[in-house]
Design a protein around this ligand. Structure first.
Ligand code: SAM
Length: 292
């Protein structure tokens, strides 16, 4: 009888906290040139992808993060045609973006080709609809390099990054956000994977502090994602138009209907609106960032 293998998330080691998963089967494990990648099966969460000890996506609860990181900025914008994803290796974000038929081109800039490659085999539910879509353009590059140089202009930028460690660290810098601002059109909206404020308040303070120097509206919205342990997860919000975060539910519902009213399992017009109502401790973190 082989001993049960456990894999720990080590992202919060310095806080003295670990979450561990019982491993039914390791499906893929590789030290790529950029990061350590392990994909395994867990009886509660299904397939679990970890990069450098940080949980990235699980088949059981991926829909929450993927829906909230895409439908919120795209429906808030209202006229998005060009979308950029920085990171996004497993293509879960891309799959949700491409449900919006008005999107004319989706550019995804992923630093590690290995993540996309193995996702073709292990997350076909994401990569299948995406890689066959003529609107999808995959660029293998460091997101920082791309946003500094591209001639393209984007209505929505989605920073679907790892945490601020290893290759992901640069995606939390002022220089990166300024370069994203450079390649966004008028009325643009940028959203970012910005961690769990209960554990990582400084990450949110830093990002929102950068946003407020570059955009008229800087803040975050929240969603509860079981495997991003620690309570609400913050999605950074940087927008040209402050009104875009406060659209009435009726307008959001109209735009969702016009987009084709595709099935969702977490996002609704009401949840979209409510996501910007922050628990007081998170609102205080954001206010601290805004105060500079
Ligand atoms: N949390 C997400 C989810 O639930 O789907 C997953 C995030 S996705 C796996 C993060 C991606 O960012 C990884 O594929 C990683 O290779 C990529 N990445 C990290 N640093 C990057 C950089 N500087 N430029 C582009 N991609 C980067």
């Amino acid at each position: 009888m082989t001993a049960q293998r456990w894999i720990a998330e080590t992202l919060f080691d310095e806080l003295g906290f670990r979450m561990t998963f019982a491993v039914e089967r390791v499906l893929y494990e590789l030290a790529t040139e950029h990061q350590h990648l392990v994909l395994f099966e867990n009886k509660l969460f299904g397939k679990v992808l970890m990069l450098d000890g940080a949980t990235q996506v699980t088949t059981r609860d991926e829909f929450i993060y993927h829906e909230m990181m895409t439908h919120v900025p795209i429906l808030a914008h209202g006229r998005a045609r060009e979308v950029l994803i920085v990171g996004g290796g497993d293509c879960g974000i891309a799959e949700e973006v491409l449900k919006h038929k008005a999107i004319e081109r989706l550019t995804q800039v992923e630093i590690d080709a290995s993540v996309v490659e193995f996702s073709k085999e292990h997350f076909p539910e994401f990569t299948g609809p995406v890689l066959g879509d003529p609107r999808f353009d995959l660029v293998i590059d460091d997101g920082m390099n791309f946003v500094e140089r591209t001639e393209r202009r984007f209505d929505v930028v989605i920073v679907d990054s790892t945490d601020p460690q290893g290759p992901g660290a640069v995606l939390f810098t002022y220089e990166f956000y300024a370069a994203c601002r450079r390649c966004m059109g008028a009325g643009g909206i940028m959203v970012t994977q910005n961690g769990v404020p209960f554990f990582q308040p400084d990450e949110l303070i830093s990002s929102v502090g950068h946003f407020r120097k570059l955009f008229a509206d800087a803040g975050c919205y929240v969603a509860a994602i079981p495997t991003y342990v620690g309570g609400h997860m913050a999605m950074g919000w940087a927008a040209d138009d402050p009104a875009s975060r406060a659209l009435p539910v009726a307008i959001l519902a109209e735009r969702y209907a016009a987009a084709g009213k595709f099935p969702t399992r977490y996002w609704t017009p009401e949840v979209h609106r409510a996501a910007f109502a922050l628990p007081r401790f998170i609102a205080e973190i954001v206010e601290k960032a805004r105060a500079g």
